[in-house]
Design a protein around this ligand. Structure first.
Ligand SMILES: *Cc1c(COP(=O)(O)O)cnc(C)c1O
Length: 374
């Protein structure tokens, strides 16, 4: 075989070297070979532990037949269903190949070199990537001690070049959420030249009385709210995210979008999921919250100090060396969690709450690992 030619380095944009990389976990098949018979419990990516809702599974199977055809580029059925569910105009909704893709596209549509994106930190890295790719300035603002965004500090950091102020609540990787009243006060306090973006990837897990970006939009506020089917709906593999915001948002995004961003199977599954949610979501969320609290209590009983969480995971700060050691010990026992260095929290571990059996396995493995390290 001839030597494969190499991409000449001078062809690659030099400023992309500054984009923080996404570090993917090891392929599970790899790890399974190494562990032999030890079953793997993956609590590393905040996925829901259950399959898609029954109607979504049916829609996925039924949609297979028509996959010779391109999907609806306007995703009308899905946008109409979202609009009906949340009481917002479908003309103000944009769907995308996961929220992750929408975050990057929003940055592409809005940010010019030298503009600024402000957000709390440690937090979700896609915003940082999106800003850096655009040559924009990424300005991190420290979180509160409880792991939620410090909204007054964020508002105080707004400058003349700030365009996007992102609020991730509940925050990933820490799990903390801001309250609805402080969020409204924060939105009121922002100057007119910035666009607030509320990342509600974990909206469904919020407690009763938590913030609701859709209600803020219905009240006529000028913000962007982002949500996903990846977590509570159990559709992470199909990649469907969406955003709703001010008039003109879809038009602003249109030049940077890929026309067929959301595939037809994903569109059908998302529509069916919305129809099935009233019957299935409440019990699913109740269990998710209960398992999260049981996991947090169990970790506390083992001497760890998880932050309060309003999502489907908990965060524990243990220091970089201990985080690496615990991660290794858990992995050797088939339990995969997420060290949070890539999120700006090098001393932390983020652990997804799953089924009751998964919680039991995590706590048993953690007890052994901590015993070994003692
Ligand atoms: C998971 C997650 C997303 C993105 O999810 P997608 O799978 O890309 O839709 C966005 N924001 C936060 C905070 C998340 O945790």
């Amino acid at each position: 075989m001839p030597h494969a030619p190499r991409l000449p380095p001078h062809l690659v944009r030099r400023d992309l070297a500054a984009v923080p990389p996404y570090v993917p976990g090891r392929p599970l098949s790899d790890l399974q070979r190494e562990l032999g018979d030890v079953p793997i419990t993956k609590l590393a990516s905040n996925e829901g532990p259950y399959p898609p809702f029954p109607a979504a599974l049916e829609a996925i199977t039924a949609a297979g037949h028509d996959q010779n055809l391109y999907p609806d580029p306007g995703a009308w059925a899905l946008r109409d269903a979202l609009a009906a569910r949340h009481g917002v105009d479908p003309g103000r909704i944009v769907v995308g190949n996961g929220m992750d893709s929408l975050i990057k596209l929003l940055c592409m549509a809005l940010l010019e070199p030298g503009d600024e994106l402000l957000m709390g930190w440690p937090s979700f890295v896609s915003y940082r990537q999106g800003a850096t790719i655009q040559g924009a300035v990424f300005s991190p603002v420290p979180l509160r001690a409880d792991g939620a965004y410090d909204l007054p500090a964020l508002a105080a950091a707004v400058g003349p070049r700030t365009k996007i102020v992102a609020v991730v609540s509940p925050n990933n990787p820490t799990g903390g959420a801001v309250g609805p009243d402080e969020l409204e006060a924060f939105l009121d306090s922002l100057p007119g030249h910035v666009l607030p973006v509320l990342d509600e990837a974990y909206a469904e897990y919020l407690p009763e009385g938590g913030h609701d970006g859709m209600a803020l939009l219905r009240d006529g506020r000028g913000l962007v709210v982002m949500r996903t089917f990846s977590k509570a709906y159990g559709l992470a593999g199909l990649r469907v995210g969406w955003m709703a915001g001010p008039e003109g948002l879809p038009e602003a995004m249109s030049p940077v979008r890929n026309v067929f961003d959301v595939n037809a199977v994903a569109q059908a599954a998302a529509v069916a999921s919305l129809a099935d949610a009233p019957a299935h979501m409440p019990a699913r969320m109740e269990e998710a919250r209960a398992e999260r609290e049981r996991m947090a209590e169990g970790l506390r009983a083992l001497g760890l100090d998880p932050l309060p969480s309003s999502a489907n995971f908990v965060f524990v700060e243990v220091g970089p060396e201990r985080a690496a050691a615990i991660d290794r010990g858990l992995t050797a026992r088939g339990v995969i969690v997420r060290p949070t260095g890539g999120f700006g929290a090098p001393g932390g571990l983020r652990i997804t709450a799953g089924t009751p059996a998964q919680t039991d396995r995590l706590l048993a493995a953690m007890a052994e690992v901590l015993e070994d390290l003692a």
